[in-house]
Design a protein around this ligand. Structure first.
Ligand code: GLY
Length: 386
């Protein structure tokens, strides 16, 4: 990174800290998902506690705490961790998103301070995630029944690659290879069944739960079957990078590079990421979350490749392109998609949950989380949560 980029990243980090101090104080006792037109976060405590995104606020508070060690951030993170205990008692809410929920909260707390209760939460979440493994098809089942008549028993989704680090952590923590084995079996299935020839990625794949046979893909949160939902591409990019980070199997690095190459090629001139890379030109919806997650993935992948190059195992030719693309994405977010006003709760303003939703270009908490993680990677303030 050049001097100018270093200065820019440090200025962005200062703007984030200034804003997020006010946001943290205003949101004590809450767990946000989105903000409304009044620029105030909503609150998931109570009825919304089972929602899959609830770990991101805690993770964001730990990242901010890591940069300044101010109590309010630590207290907000611990509040989230404790509130989420209710989820363990709700079978249906215990879906595959245990990594997203307990790595940035309980496991982060345990890695920092070693508490017995936090370790217990992380291990309970990991054991539940491992219990979702379907040995017939070697995949982790994504969701439980939604009660709308759809049978999701054989469904796996690319997002799950980001939950696997919880299993890698549990294996290490317990000295028990089972969790790691399940993570790797799922990653191998995802490499085979989700990644297309051109490096683009399917969102949902349905397997026969009895035989493990590949049945079909579903468009899921993207535009449709065969399209490239951008957040799914980002989950794959970062997720395979993390599987390489933990399992040290070069095949995961190769998949991460294949997906990253396709992503880099698809980034528009503006650096602003659409909801789906295949959406028609006249559809202008953006997804800032996809950009921020991809930036985290590209920066981490570049670091992993640098490690390989140092060991003379190759990969060095991609490093500058991945870092430059990550910075392009982050600069575009900083200039066009960030609200640094300390009176407003949200940081990223234009995110999308799913292509076919009625609502687009609104704040989503994991956009804020991954933007901060990516900027922290550039300024050296990151707490590695995955
Ligand atoms: N994991 C669900 C999503 O990315 O929307």
């Amino acid at each position: 990174m050049g001097e100018l980029e270093r200065e820019w990243a440090s200025e962005v980090a200062q703007k984030i800290m200034k804003k997020e101090r006010a946001v943290a104080r205003r949101n004590v006792g809450r767990i946000p998902y989105t903000a409304g037109a009044d620029h105030r976060f909503n609150d998931q405590v109570g009825g919304g506690i089972g929602w899959w995104t609830n770990g991101f606020w805690g993770g964001m508070e730990w990242q901010l705490w890591n940069a300044c060690h101010e109590d309010v951030f630590r207290e907000n993170a611990i509040f989230t961790e404790e509130q989420m205990d209710a989820v363990f008692m709700d079978y249906n809410a215990m879906d595959h998103d245990s990594g997203f929920r307990w790595l940035p909260t309980a496991v982060a707390n345990f890695r920092l301070f070693g508490g017995r209760k936090s370790r217990n939460r992380g291990l309970l979440a990991a054991a539940n995630l491992a219990g979702r493994f379907n040995g017939n098809g070697n995949f982790i089942r994504a969701w439980n029944d939604w009660g709308d008549g759809r049978d999701t028993t054989g469904w796996a989704i690319i997002d799950c690659m980001m939950n696997l680090p919880l299993l890698y952590w549990a294996s290490k923590e317990l000295g028990d290879p089972r969790f790691r084995r399940i993570a790797m079996a799922h990653a191998d299935t995802a490499a085979k069944s989700f990644i297309r020839e051109d490096g683009s990625v399917r969102h949902i794949v349905e397997f026969n739960p009895e035989t493990g046979e590949y049945l079909r893909e579903h468009g899921g949160q993207g535009m449709g079957e065969g399209s490239s939902w951008t957040r799914g591409q980002s989950w794959a990019l970062y997720g395979f990078t993390l599987s390489f980070h933990h399992a040290r199997e070069k095949r995961y690095l190769d998949v991460a590079c294949k997906v990253a190459d396709a992503f880099v090629k698809s980034v528009p001139k503006s650096g602003l990421i659409p909801v789906d890379f295949d959406q028609p030109d006249e559809v202008k919806w953006q997804d800032g979350t996809a950009a921020a997650i991809a930036a985290c993935g590209l920066l981490t992948l570049a670091d992993e490749l640098e490690g390989m190059a140092a060991e003379k195992q190759g990969g060095e030719e991609r490093i500058p392109s991945y870092r430059q693309t990550a910075i392009k994405l982050l600069r575009a977010l900083d200039e066009k998609n960030c609200d640094y006003d300390p009176e407003h709760d949200e940081l990223l303003t234009k995110c999308s949950a799913a292509y076919h939703d009625g609502k687009h270009d609104f704040p989503i908490i994991y956009g804020d989380y991954y933007f901060i993680e990516a900027i922290w990677k550039l300024t050296g303030q990151e707490l590695f949560l995955w």
